[in-house]
Design a protein around this ligand. Structure first.
Ligand code: SF4
Length: 266
C-alpha cells in the first residue's frame, strides 16, 4: 500500500526521490537496529538531500531526548530500485535541549580571569599588534636583528610591537561600552561629565581624544579609564543643595563638664 509522505522543509534543490521517500518501513527498520522500539515514535517526514538522497526522520520518544529525531539517510543507484542506507543518527530538532556552542578558551577569557603566575601569550598574528620597527631584511640574520634592536632601543622605541589601529579601536569600543562609558548607570544619573572634572587625568596618544583616567580616590572609577562623557556623583564641582547640606550644631548653652569634674568623679 502506498503510504502518504510528508515533505519536511524542502530545500530549493531537494525534491525528494519518490522511491526513496516511500521507503519508510526500511528506514524504521534501520532505526530499530540501533534503538529500542520504545524510543522510536512517529515518522515525521522525508526530506530530499540531493539527487537520489533522502532523509527520513522519526520522533525520538526517549525521556532524556525531548525534541530529538532519529534521522536515516537513504540513497539509490541511478536506475536502481533498491535503497542503500547511508547513515542513521540521532539529531536535535528545533525544540531539542543542546549544549551551547563551544567557544575557544581565548574568546572566553575575561578581565580578572588571570591569576598570579598564569601566562597568556598573544599570537604572532594578533591583529591588535603591529611591529614598532622592522628587524632587518633577513629574518634569520640574528646579527642584523640584534643591531636593529640596539638602534631601536637607543632611539627610545623600546618595544618590539605596539598597538595596531585595530587594537586601538577595539580598546576604545570596549571601554566606551563598559562601566567607564556614558551608558553606565553611574554616568546616566551623574550631575556632570568627566570632561569638566578636576580628577580627570589626561592620557597621551590617539585614545586621549576620548578617554582619561579617574584619579578620585572616593569615586567608584578611581584608577579606571573613563570616557569624557562618563560622569559620577563625586565630580569635583558637585555642590549639595542648601537643604541637603548638614545642619551646623548649635553651641552648648551651659557646659556642665570640665576636667576637674571628671577627676573628682573618680
Ligand atoms: S570623579 Fe567621577 S566625574 Fe570625576 S573623573 Fe572620576 S568618574 Fe569622572
Amino acid at each position: 500500500m502506498m503510504r502518504p509522505v510528508i515533505a519536511l522543509a524542502p530545500r530549493a534543490e531537494a525534491r525528494p526521490d519518490a522511491a526513496l521517500a516511500q521507503a519508510v518501513d526500511l528506514a524504521r527498520e534501520v532505526v530499530l537496529e540501533v534503538a529500542d522500539a520504545s524510543e522510536v515514535g512517529e515518522h515525521l517526514g522525508a526530506r530530499g538531500e540531493g539527487e537520489r538522497v533522502v532523509t527520513h526522520l522519526f520522533e525520538c520518544t526517549s525521556a532524556g531526548y525531548p525534541g530529538w529525531r532519529w534521522s536515516v539517510t537513504l540513497t539509490r543507484a541511478k536506475r536502481g530500485k533498491g535503497a542503500t542506507v547511508n547513515e542513521v543518527v540521532l539529531l536535535p530538532g528545533e525544540d531539542a535541549i543542546v549544549a551551547p556552542s563551544w567557544v575557544p578558551y581565548k574568546e572566553r577569557i575575561q578581565p580578572g580571569d588571570l591569576s598570579p603566575g598564569d601566562l597568556l601569550p598573544v599570537e604572532d598574528e594578533d591583529v591588535r599588534l603591529v611591529p614598532t620597527y622592522l628587524v632587518g631584511d633577513d629574518p634569520l640574520d640574528s646579527d642584523a636583528r640584534a643591531q636593529v634592536r640596539r638602534v631601536a632601543e637607543d632611539l627610545g622605541l623600546g618595544r618590539t610591537r605596539t598597538l595596531s589601529r585595530e587594537g586601538i579601536d577595539m580598546a576604545a569600543e570596549r571601554w566606551y561600552d563598559g562601566v567607564g562609558g556614558p551608558e553606565a548607570p553611574l554616568a546616566k544619573s551623574a550631575p556632570d561629565r568627566c570632561t569638566t572634572c578636576a580628577f580627570l587625568v589626561r592620557i597621551s596618544g590617539s585614545l586621549s581624544e576620548m578617554f582619561g583616567v579617574c584619579a578620585n580616590g572616593n569615586a567608584n572609577d578611581d584608577g579606571r579609564i573613563v570616557s569624557f562623557d562618563h560622569g559620577c556623583g563625586a565630580h569635583s564641582e558637585v555642590k549639595l543643595a542648601r537643604r541637603n547640606r548638614p545642619q551646623p550644631l548649635p553651641d552648648h548653652v551651659y557646659d556642665s563638664l570640665s576636667e576637674e569634674d571628671d577627676l573628682e568623679s573618680f
